[in-house]
Design a protein around this ligand. Structure first.
Ligand SMILES: Cc1ncc(COP(=O)(O)O)c(C=O)c1O
Length: 392
């Protein structure tokens, strides 16, 4: 754990976000306001909110909130849930509880950085990269099978995937579970974008329901658009792992923030209103992004996402192009004050950009990107052979 590298993407945001007027890479929808959320409160939650004391709370999470989160899963008892300060803390504590230096972990990449960095700080890892194909991001299950070692303990995945939006077919999902079962592996599944699958795409079933050694990571940050409440969780049927993970909180946050737990309860009880609202906001924005990328086939090669709010197009280039995505991102920021992220921030080879269709300012941001491409496309691409400036 002492070997954790810097969180590259967060560092980049710290260094560059303030220069942007518009973000075209946000990992979630524009957040709910406190006023909007309180309007969803029922008499019980509004009373709880007013009477909430500001003391320490149950380290595993308020029992009534765990009951409510449990309803998102098929017959999951509240004791199989541990609440954390966002999925970020759940990932850190969960993987730290699961792994020892003698273990080995297989990570499907690209992914949210901590899903790879936390295991890599503890034990040996093997990355299995998704491959961009004509219509889809392909996951080669044979490579996963070949990567399994005697000490492999866990297969780590994140679907719908950040940043590609990829979602394996049901057949592939079941094959992954069968493979894990045959080798007695845990599956650690980051499902923070579950529920934000695009229309006509079936919802990703929680791994904790589908597989006895499945551990699901959830959060209110994306589906409910309330990352500031910092409500995330681990759903895990193995009590000893869950207890160990919650035990790490004694070193991190001790407990969740009590007022935030009431707000989380309010949101979950209003899920029938909040989730369709968020999904319906996202759908037309995806169409805008789709039309934009289709208008620029000479610039972007891309695969349509199946869930989440991100897309990961590849810049089409000639000759030596290494580092061009970083240059593109920095030049776009300087010229148009629009923030996008280069795929290198995911430590993923190739010239990819992370774009998001989550924000209400998407039309303006795309207009500026369009202008940038028209004005700078040639010079940006001619500079391809020059070394890129350092991104950090
Ligand atoms: C895939 C993924 N997992 C986890 C997180 C962390 O989420 P939270 O805000 O719940 O800590 C993020 C944030 O962007 C994410 O994209």
């Amino acid at each position: 754990m002492n070997n954790l590298p810097p969180f590259t993407l967060e560092q980049y945001l710290l260094q560059h976000e303030h220069k942007a007027e518009l973000s075209l890479c946000s990992s979630g929808l524009d957040s709910l306001t406190l006023r909007e959320l309180l309007a969803f409160g029922d008499s019980e939650t509004l009373t709880l909110w007013e009477k909430q004391t500001l003391g320490y709370s149950d380290p595993q999470g308020a029992p009534r909130l765990r009951d409510e989160i449990g309803r998102l899963y098929a017959s999951l008892p509240a004791r199989s849930l541990g609440l954390f300060s966002g999925a970020a803390e759940a990932i850190f504590c969960g993987l730290s509880a699961l792994l020892t230096p003698q273990d080995h972990a297989i990570i499907i990449t690209p992914c949210y950085q901590s899903l790879k960095s936390v295991p890599a700080s503890i034990c040996g890892i093997t990355e299995i990269p998704l491959q961009m194909r004509e219509q889809t991001w392909e996951l080669d299950i044979r490579s996963i099978e070949q990567a399994i070692q005697p000490h492999t303990r866990v297969l780590v995945m994140n679907f719908p995937n950040n940043p590609t939006g990829a979602l394996p077919s049901d057949t592939l999902r079941q094959a992954l579970i069968a493979l894990a079962r045959a080798h007695d592996l845990y599956i650690f599944s980051d499902e923070v974008y579950r529920g934000l699958e695009l229309a006509d795409t079936p919802q990703w079933p929680p791994m904790v329901d589908a597989y006895e050694k499945g551990i699901s990571v959830g959060s209110l940050s994306k589906l409910f658009a309330m990352p500031g409440v910092r409500c995330g969780w681990l759903a895990c049927r193995d009590q000893s792992i869950l207890e160990k993970a919650v035990g790490f909180k004694h070193y991190t946050t001790i407990c969740n923030n009590g007022p935030g737990e009431i707000l989380a309860l309010m949101a979950l009880r209003a899920h029938a209103e909040i989730i369709p609202r968020n999904r319906s906001v996202l759908a037309p924005r995806f169409v805008l992004m789709h039309q934009f990328l289709e208008r620029h086939p000479a610039v972007f090669d891309w695969v349509a996402p199946q869930g989440g709010c991100l897309v990961f197009p590849r810049l089409i280039l000639q000759g030596d192009s290494s580092g061009i995505a970083e240059r593109f991102a920095l030049d776009l920021l300087a010229a148009e004050k629009v923030l996008v992220l280069a795929g290198q921030l995911y430590d993923f080879p190739g010239e990819f950009l992370r774009l998001s269709y989550a924000s209400k300012t998407l039309p303006q941001a795309l207009e500026r990107l369009e202008r940038f491409i028209r004005q700078h496309h040639k010079s940006v691409f001619q500079n391809a052979s020059q070394p890129p400036p350092s991104v950090l």
